[in-house]
Design a protein around this ligand. Structure first.
Ligand code: NOJ
Ligand code: CA
Ligand code: CA
Length: 722
């Protein structure tokens, strides 16, 4: 018996560790600017190196070897993912007084920059990190390469072989008859000066050579470049400047990357405010496809803690903001970053440090995955300035501060309390200086209470079992009796009370990723899953690849649907979970330029949208108006599939009105929609079963007759008007 137990114990020790970091919401991200972290190899520092580390625009020596050396330090903070600044080979030159020490001026998407190391160094970083329960997320920049009119002038290489540069590319560029964009490998449309519409996506961002992702060579070059990091062990990507690329291209890019297994891909969509704007609408649309950094709320958090502002206003604003996401818990919260002024470099208050601790703890307890910017734990600031590049000083290592304690403690709590990872978000009390909110995931609960004003006590209604609860960050306790508690709050106090009990029924907290096509693997995370059961996706049983009480890996089945979102349900021991939502694509997607000839639209200068009869088109997509007489967008379409769309008109955030115009197309690289169903072998194409169309629907003679009648009707109306 004893022998058997010893063997069992040995087997358990030998078994690969269950990677806690595979569920992003249960983890914390640590953001590192590689050049500014740690110099592990002095032989790669030149050229453009400043050994005195006084010129913030030159290289300071940090590299992959240095980062690997410091993994134990990073692990001591309890974090589980490291987001590294872009690693690809950057231009060799100074542009506007700056070297590309930051990594955002790529010249070769197949190589690692010589200042940072080699693919061997990258693999070693991944392996050493993995041993410590940490995975690597790489910043990747598919919107643009490098400055178009300085430095290397947009020079682009494919593993060392020169492909083009911005001027050479311009010589062979031509005007796309649909978008009106001059294009080749790059777009040739000048710099962005109107921050909306076509320019936002098809002109150069700050003079950076803007990629034409619809060029098939560019598409596969950028996809293969991203895949290199994944094949070498990265668990995710942070995608730069997603606002400046077509969502439809990003969707097909992500789906291709996901085909190797679950990945954590998140985007940087720069939208700095929670005010309803076209931008914010687009921000949410992008977040339905992949998580985003919570940029819109950051400024108000910093203002409220670092300067002045009401916690009540902030609480209302944050509740509104989070309520609009399908997956609020998978978006990413941050306080500081390489683009913004560090909190402690900006706040001018005597109690700035205490306020920083509060804001940091808030960032780690709100819905969403926390991102800690390197040096926040050691109060890193610059004496020389505040914004970019002074928010990127050389790292100071100190993991014994109160900030380190907050980060470590809340990172550890996040691994065991699923209310932090997956919980909802409800304000219990808020006024100018006091805020109490509760987060609940089944039987896991969290009560966060803070006070930035004079000491006071606060009585709260709290639906927790009678008992005494301790603050995770200190020694404060609360006693709950008959659904009531009193919290004693000193000035600048911040408490995190928590409760974990065994979950009574299966509960899904998240899907990774939440955008999928058939055959793709997704990780279902939650609790109470038992040791076996069934997973039903859109009514179809999914193939289970692995199963434990908190994580299930499944393969997404093919589902006959026209919907954008499917329900995912776990069944175990006769109990059925909540329904999680999965953004479904029917498979074999290609990024298609879909266009409507403006002459088919009977209204001039409208905000036009399309909505169609396949999953990819089930949610309305806004169209851009070109200078050449078309409305267009990019849609990830199932190659070769026939489909139809209806036209709608209306503003962002407003009601969309159907225009009563139905158009048809068949998925290909370019689809100009027609008002007649395409005919195949003498039959209207609506008789071809649409990929994903429910059986019978859309294929019945009635539907065909109906469509013909609509067209006939329209023709009569138009003729009458004419
Ligand atoms: C956003 C990045 O965060 C920023 O640092 C960079 O300069 C721009 N995108 C352009 O790549
Ligand atoms: Ca170095
Ligand atoms: Ca672009």
């Amino acid at each position: 018996m004893r022998r058997a137990l010893v063997v069992l114990a040995m087997l358990l020790l030998m078994a690969p560790p269950v990677a806690s970091y595979s569920v992003p919401e249960r983890g914390v991200v640590y953001q590192v600017m590689v050049d500014r972290f740690y110099d592990g190899n002095q032989s790669n520092n030149r050229p453009f190196y400043d050994p005195s580390r006084t010129n913030y625009r030159l290289y300071w020596g940090g590299d992959l070897e240095g980062l690997t050396e410091k993994l134990d330090y990073i692990k001591s903070l309890g974090v589980s993912m490291i987001w590294v600044s872009p690693l690809n080979d950057n231009v060799n030159g100074i542009v506007s007084g700056s070297a590309p020490y930051h990594g955002y001026w790529t010249r070769d998407y197949r190589r690692i920059d010589e200042h940072f190391g080699t693919w061997v160094d990258f693999k070693r970083l991944v392996e050493e990190a993995r041993k410590r329960g940490i995975c690597i997320v790489v910043d990747y920049v598919p919107n643009h390469s490098n400055p178009a009119s300085d430095g290397e002038f947009g020079a682009l290489y494919d593993n060392g072989t020169e492909v083009t540069d911005y001027f050479r590319d311009a010589k062979n560029a031509s005007v796309n008859p649909i978008t009106g964009i001059r294009e080749n490998v790059y777009h040739h449309n000048g710099n962005i000066f109107v921050w909306s519409g076509i320019q936002l996506k098809y002109a150069n961002l700050y003079g950076l050579a803007d990629f034409n992702q619809l060029n098939p060579w560019v598409d596969s070059y950028l996809t293969e470049g991203a895949r290199l990091f994944i094949d070498n062990g990265a668990c995710g990507l942070r995608i730069d400047a997603v606002k400046h690329m077509e969502l439809g291209w990003l969707e097909s890019f992500y789906l291709r990357l996901y085909s190797g297994g679950p990945l954590f891909i998140y985007g940087e969509y720069y939208s700095p405010s929670v005010q309803k704007s076209d931008d914010l609408y687009e921000f949410y649309r992008y977040s339905n496809v992949s998580p985003l950094l919570n940029i819109p709320i950051r400024a108000d958090i910093v203002r409220t803690f670092g300067f002045i502002g009401s916690l009540e206003t902030l609480s209302r604003e944050l509740e509104g903001y989070y309520s609009r996401f399908v997956y609020p818990n998978k978006q990413l919260n941050f306080l500081d970053s390489h683009d913004l002024i560090r909190f402690l470099n900006g706040a001018r208050r005597e109690d700035a440090l205490e306020r920083f601790h509060m804001a940091l703890a808030l960032t780690m307890t709100l819905p969403g995955i926390p991102v800690i910017y390197y040096g926040d734990e050691s109060y890193l600031v610059s004496k020389d300035g505040a914004g970019d590049p002074y928010n990127r000083p050389m790292m100071v290592f100190n993991n014994t501060t109160k900030a380190s304690y907050i980060i470590r403690t809340l990172a550890e709590l996040r691994k065991t309390n699923d209310a932090l990872a997956f919980g909802d978000f409800r304000t219990l009390h808020a006024n100018y200086s006091v805020w109490a909110f509760e987060r609940t995931f089944g039987t896991h609960k969290l009560l966060v209470v803070m006070n930035k004003g004079p000491s006071r006590s606060l009585v709260l209604d709290l639906d927790w079992p009678d008992g005494v609860y301790r603050d995770a960050l200190g020694n404060a306790t609360i006693k709950v009796q008959d659904g009531k508690t009193t919290v004693e709050l000193p000035r600048n106090g911040f408490y995190v009370f928590h409760l974990e009990r065994e979950q009574e029924k299966p509960l899904i907290g998240s899907l990774t990723p939440y955008a999928v096509k058939p055959g793709q693997r997704i990780l279902i995370a939650g609790d109470g899953f038992g040791s076996s059961g069934k997973v039903i996706i859109g009514g179809v049983e999914a193939k289970v690849l692995s199963w434990n009480s908190t994580e299930i890996l499944v393969e997404v089945p093919r589902v006959k649907t026209r919907e954008a979102w499917l329900n995912v349900v776990v069944e175990t021991n006769g109990k059925v979970s909540n329904a999680a939502r999965l953004r479904y694509y029917s498979g074999n997607e290609i990024p298609a330029l879909v266009a409507v000839n403006a002459s088919l639209v009977n209204v001039s200068r409208v905000n036009l949208w399309i909505k169609g009869n396949i999953s990819e088109l089930a949610e309305p997509r806004p169209l851009l108006r070109s200078s050449t007489g078309y409305y267009f967008t990019v849609v990830p379409l199932p190659n070769g599939t026939a489909f139809s769309v209806e036209l709608y008109e209306g503003p962002y955030w407003g009601e969309l009105k159907p225009l009563g115009v139905k158009l048809y197309g068949k998925a290909a690289g370019v689809v100009v929609l027609s008002d007649e169903p395409p005919r195949v072998e003498g039959k209207p194409s609506s008789e071809i079963p649409t990929n994903g169309a429910p059986p019978g629907e859309g294929t019945t003679p009635y539907a065909v007759v109906g469509a013909l009648l609509v067209i006939l009707g329209l023709a009569v109306v138009w003729r009458k008007r004419a």
